[in-house]
Write a protein that binds this ligand. Sequence first.
Ligand SMILES: *Cc1c(COP(=O)(O)O)cnc(C)c1O
Length: 375
Amino acid sequence: MNSILPFTRPAIDEATIESVTAVLRSGWLTSGPKVQAFEGELSALMGGRPVRSLNSGTAALEIALNLIGIQPGDEVITTPLSWVATANVILHAGATPVFVDIDPVTRNIDPRRVAEAITPRTRAIIPVDLAGLPADRDALYDIAWKHGLRVIEDAAQSFGSSWHGKPIGSFGDLVAFSFHANKNITTGEGGCLVLPDASLVPACEKMRLQGVVRLADGSMEVDLPGGKFNLTDLAAAIGLGQLPHLGEFTARRRALARLYFARLDPAAGFELPLANFSDSNWHMFQLVLPLGDMRFGRGEFIARMRARGIALGVHYPPIHLFHLYRALGHHEGEFPQAERIGAGTITLPLFPAMSDHDVQRVCDALHVTLQEALS
Ligand SMILES: *Cc1c(COP(=O)(O)O)cnc(C)c1O
């Protein structure tokens, strides 16, 4: 009762621990049979589309940008309310991130504003499924196809989410997932890239590992300076142990989210997330604090919650206000919705092993702490 409830915790079963131990004993630790098996299972989940595993979700985004030929001078449209990786990869490719404000209801990129941000230099859109709620695929693909743009879905948070009943990753252009320890399915660190067709597989594999191509006669050739982005068999074994639980993890997260809606007083003053129980995998449950009415700030709110045994997260400060992006000319007031939500957002504990009683504890602590803040 006195231990701190974390905002997330991976769920690793004994069978997974044993399978990782077996890899350690096998003598083959890096990419091998487990990676192949993991990619096969991922592809099956994505309707048979080609999938290549990587050592991070960031690597998946970087390779995706390279695969579609993004170059210096190109513009890539994305959201300012995401993990900074989403925009950093665009800079890495030498291109310019063009931020578009969010829709405050979904907290995802506002498709109505995307069209206005398109210039002759725009090459691609990177939508993000914040908290696991899919960005509007219909509207975004309409715009993208109409303007001849590629789409790289940053689905780092939406593994197990769906759109009109179809799993995220099973349709569309390029789709990047992350298996970071905090994501719904983890390999410790890791990720994968879903490709729209098999013709991109050889280039993806080259970019993943030093540009090396193995020839039929056993020799090798290199024709591009690939990176070092391959997943280990140790990590793939964790992923193989996670995938059978995907349905149950998602169902439990949805049930916990429903419980939050039932137990949180709608009149308390928190701004609730969109109540979507069909598409979202509920990677996170986020409230926005009524900062303008509070006599102390978010930091103090989080400290008081911690003193009550509840850890909260902050996902995310808007990317354009980091020093790196201010130095590129961005400033406060540019994206008011992302700034307002980024300033007030808190992430509540939500992970499959949480109990219904934990949700009640969180809600009780939230109500007391908000009362203090508003008194
Ligand atoms: C986690 C995350 C990433 C990066 O994934 P890594 O596996 O940590 O490299 C990118 N975008 C979003 C939205 C994320 O949540």
